[in-house]
Ligand binder design. Structure first.
Ligand SMILES: [Zn+2]
Length: 311
């Protein structure tokens, strides 16, 4: 793991240390009530042998709470230190970290490790993320196919008409150069299926760059500009030195290394969560591994921890 994270740190093994670490990160200015937002002397720490540690009380709402409210850890029975370690391993592993490895590292059942990672993937997803690109921005779009070859499966498991590459799962990604990435599973990619995805997730004021595939010219004409490279002719960067899809292809390369090297197989039902994991790491690439892990635990980027109870 190419990171400076010290895995002997007690936050990864000791409950009190993990709690203090997470409270410090999620409440940098001290405990605040998740219902009304008050802080300071309106909050008291609840003490007592019968109480779980880390429980606070709001004098205004008269309701107890802990820092986990509104995070992926809320209502979890998994020790906090295991959450901290799981998030750190996911955050700092570019090609992903498998639930099989995690269950050995944590000493939990495989199902617990699997559950932890999927909760963290849900936290990584940002359903409210706005469109990428804009005036003067370059957005690269491409599609790829991942998963086992139908030809290698037992005959009874093959779907008719899905031999060879056709049985793979298609993934479409939009990447703003020096910006964010959005990846999607789009079954049977066609121009008509792609259009709503692209229009929703990329600003049409952008300069779109794709390969020469026939699925792009129509949607490309809706963008401010549309440049293409002719991959089948062996062209990877156009003569202008500017038109290419290398950024989005690098993202696909990482996903494929994860799928084939780490996860081995991914079901279609769970594919969107794995894509969210890879997008999350791409979109937080300028952060330290520690900062990225904290963001994962907090819920998701842009997700507010403070929420207002409806009256
Ligand atoms: Zn309150």
């Amino acid at each position: 793991m190419a990171s400076k994270v010290d895995l002997t740190n007690p936050i990864f093994h000791d409950e009190d240390a993990a709690r203090a670490h997470l409270e410090g990160l999620l409440w940098p200015h001290g405990p605040s009530c998740p219902r009304c937002g008050v802080m300071g002397n309106r909050i008291t720490k609840m003490q007592g042998k019968s109480l779980r540690p880390g429980v606070y009380n709001c004098k205004d709402c008269r309701k107890p709470f802990s820092f986990t409210v509104g995070t992926v850890m809320e209502r979890s029975h998994v020790p906090l230190a295991k959450w901290v370690l799981a998030a750190q391993l996911m955050a700092s592993s570019k090609k992903g970290f498998s639930a099989h490895e995690l269950h050995r590292v944590l000493g939990t059942k495989y199902e617990t490790a699997w559950f932890l990672f999927h909760r963290l993937r849900e936290a990584a997803a940002d359903p409210k993320a706005g469109p990428i690109g804009g005036e003067g921005a370059v957005v690269e779009a491409d599609e790829t196919y991942i998963g086992g070859k139908e030809a290698n499966k037992h005959k009874s498991k093959r779907k008719p008409g899905q031999q060879g590459g056709n049985g793979k799962m298609s993934v479409v990604a939009l990447v703003e150069r020096n910006g964010e990435t959005r990846s999607f599973h789009v079954a049977n990619v066609t121009s008509a299926k792609l259009r709503p995805v692209m229009v929703k997730h990329a600003s049409r004021k952008s300069h779109l760059m794709t390969d020469e595939s026939r699925i792009y010219p129509r949607i490309g004409s809706e963008f401010a500009e549309h440049g293409t490279v002719n991959h089948t002719a062996g062209e990877y960067v156009a003569a202008d030195g500017f038109t290419h899809t290398n950024t989005v292809e690098s993202h696909f390369a990482l996903i494929k290394r994860g799928v084939y090297g780490t996860f081995h197989k991914i079901s279609e039902a769970h594919l969107p969560r794995y894509l969210a994991e890879f997008d999350f790491r791409a979109n937080t690439r300028k952060m330290s591994d520690g900062e990225r892990a904290t963001l994962l635990l907090a819920g998701a980027k842009g997700k507010r921890l403070f929420y207002q109870q409806p009256d």
